[in-house]
Design a protein around this ligand. Structure first.
Ligand SMILES: [Zn+2]
Ligand SMILES: [Zn+2]
Length: 365
């Protein structure tokens, strides 16, 4: 019987349950999980801070494993048919309909009201839909991608890679721009690496704690600042000293703190661009001066919600390229493995930032 690690309800510790193996529908598959990840979203799921979560829930929305059973035929986006034993990952978003107004007219599938997300909006009642488990049931029309890259290297990007890729796309940064990244968690660090790949001249990073800033520097940040001992005006001065007094050309906010959005606006040069990608949970309101912080600055501020198949696919392609994957290969040494039974410890350490990224290895004893 497959084991799953379940969050029974908001603010309840994770518990291990055994469930029966699912019956496979045509076009579905069973994935034997090798690695799944623990991200900030999982911490908020456990704390009950996201709305509309169908508890009990098996977290783990980005995972790697082997296809152990396939019912009927499933193929990838290039038409290659999957075989049992193939090593794969899959897009966590399922059922974006490609038929509604948001999918077809706005071309914003991440706002499709029909989309469901494995490990977040699919609960245990929907089947084996989370990665903190021996197996995941891949429902029909799940977008599966063959993974040739090393599993740890892929997980060094994990869910943060497509999220950051979307944010860098949204920033429309130009070759030679100076980019400021606020936040040094996984999304911030992936944003640094992708901004450099996109052609940024330099990336500055304000974040913390120091172990994460060290990772940011290794990821290619030209200069880093720990936000904790510096107030807003000191942070602003630090950015201006490094940008000829103007501020960053582009700022990517990846912190989760509402105030950081306003600071992102203030640390960006006039007629620059801000992308907000760090506000996946409602941490409350903040205030800004519409004249000084936005209009007079002629600022372009863009939200960035989730990621779609194109972001995920391009991320996997980058990770699978031996040259381009180098920054992620280096980062992979910073992953911390936990067994299913250690899921509560993994959540606690992600919550306090003491580990860069925690992985769940169901086969770890
Ligand atoms: Zn995540
Ligand atoms: Zn739709």
């Amino acid at each position: 019987m497959p084991r799953v690690a379940v969050i029974p309800g908001p603010n309840s510790p994770v518990e291990i349950r055994e469930v029966s193996e699912p019956q496979l529908e045509a076009g579905s598959a069973l994935l034997e999980v090798e690695l799944s990840e623990v991200c900030g979203t999982d911490v908020y799921l456990q704390q009950g801070r996201l709305q509309g979560v169908p508890y009990p829930l098996v977290p783990g929305h980005v995972s790697v494993g082997r296809l152990s059973k396939i019912r009927g035929q499933i193929s990838d986006v290039e038409g290659r048919i999957f075989r049992e034993g193939d090593r794969v990952t899959f897009l966590d978003v399922h059922r974006a309909c490609h038929a509604c107004w948001y999918c077809l007219v706005a071309r914003a599938a991440t706002r499709c009201p029909h989309r469901k997300v494995y490990g977040i909006t699919y609960g245990l009642d929907d089947g084996l839909c989370g990665g903190w488990a021996d197996q995941i049931y891949l429902k029909p029309n799940t977008r599966v991608i063959r993974l040739d890259a090393d599993a740890e290297t892929f997980m060094a990007g994990g869910c943060a890679l497509p999220t950051a890729l979307h944010a860098v796309d949204r920033s429309d940064m130009a070759i030679g721009d100076t980019v400021l990244v606020l936040g040094s968690g996984p999304v911030g660090i992936n944003s640094i690496m992708l901004a450099l790949m996109r052609g940024a001249l330099r990336v500055l990073c304000i974040g913390g704690p120091d172990n994460r800033l060290e990772a940011a520097a290794r990821a290619g940040a030209a200069d880093v600042l720990n936000f904790a001992p510096h107030d807003e005006s000191e942070r602003c001065a630090w950015v201006r000293e490094r940008t000829n007094g103007r501020g960053a050309d582009v700022t990517i906010e990846a912190t989760g703190a509402p105030d950081a959005v306003v600071q992102a606006m203030r640390f960006t040069r006039d007629a620059g661009r801000v992308v907000v990608v760090g506000q996946y949970t409602d941490h409350g309101a903040t205030s800004f001066n519409p004249h000084l912080d936005l209009n007079q600055k002629h600022l372009d501020v863009r939200g960035c919600w989730g990621s779609d198949f194109a972001h995920f696919y391009r991320g996997v392609r980058i990770i699978s390229d031996p040259v381009r994957a180098a920054p992620w290969t280096a980062l992979a040494t910073r992953l911390s493995p936990y067994s299913l039974e250690q899921a509560n410890a993994a959540l606690a350490e992600v919550a306090n930032g003491s580990v860069f990224k925690a992985l769940i290895l169901p086969r770890k004893s």
